[in-house]
Design a binder for this molecule. Structure first.
Ligand SMILES: [Zn+2]
Length: 211
């Protein structure tokens, strides 16, 4: 009986610790490599292998200031998002092949519009008022689309110093958060466009909307 209890306790401990994922071997390989200008090749939806990662749910992980792999990944993601030849306003870790909950978002709602990194992030409330707006994605090159998103959201996240930080975000920055956090759920903005007439190639967009 005691033995059985021990097994049950061991199993439940194992299951609890399973909710906190570590970097997998393929993820460690990606982080370990050297990249020109610290820019990681982006996962593209047009590639079958890449799309498996893009359509997978990302997991929480243990945040530690001492984790050198995490620090390197955070730098690589920042540089990749700020690639002058292909810049973005946000990036999520599945876009560089890592299914852990990490996003960078440009905070247009703050002074000087800084980029900030968020760990184990999730949306805990979507306010009901929604608006349509244009979106594009580094992993879906060549397209732009109109997506309906909440104007305001409440997010919960960790950073290097604190856990479970709660914050309300509004406007365009809230849209970027929704786009990036969708990536962590394995959802692309194109999946949110139910009327495909609202998805345009860059050429069509230029012709019709950017005269
Ligand atoms: Zn995207």
């Amino acid at each position: 009986m005691i033995k059985l209890k021990y097994i049950i306790i061991t199993i439940s401990f194992y299951m609890t610790s399973c909710n906190i994922a570590k970097f997998s071997m393929p993820e460690k390989e990606i982080i370990k490599k050297k990249y020109e200008n610290k820019i990681i090749p982006l996962m593209l939806v047009s590639n079958k292998l890449d799309s498996t990662i893009l359509y997978s749910k990302s997991r929480n992980f243990k945040v530690s200031k001492k984790d050198k792999k995490l620090k390197k990944l955070v730098t690589l993601m920042y540089e990749t998002c700020n690639d002058k030849s292909n810049p973005g306003v946000g990036i999520a870790s599945p876009q560089v092949g890592i299914n852990k909950r990490i996003v960078w978002v440009q905070r247009f709602d703050k002074e000087k519009e800084p980029f900030e990194v968020y760990f184990n992030i999730e949306i805990i409330k979507f306010y009901p008022t929604k608006s349509e707006g244009w979106e594009a994605c580094l992993s879906v090159p060549g397209y732009k689309g109109i997506v309906n998103r909440s104007d305001s959201i409440i997010i919960k996240y960790d950073n290097y110093e604190k856990h479970d930080i709660i914050e309300t975000v509004r406007g365009f920055t809230a849209v970027i958060f929704q786009h990036e956090i969708d990536h962590l759920e394995g959802i692309l903005y194109t999946d949110r466009i139910f009327d495909k007439a609202k998805l345009y190639s860059d050429k069509e967009y230029e012709r019709s909307f950017n005269k």
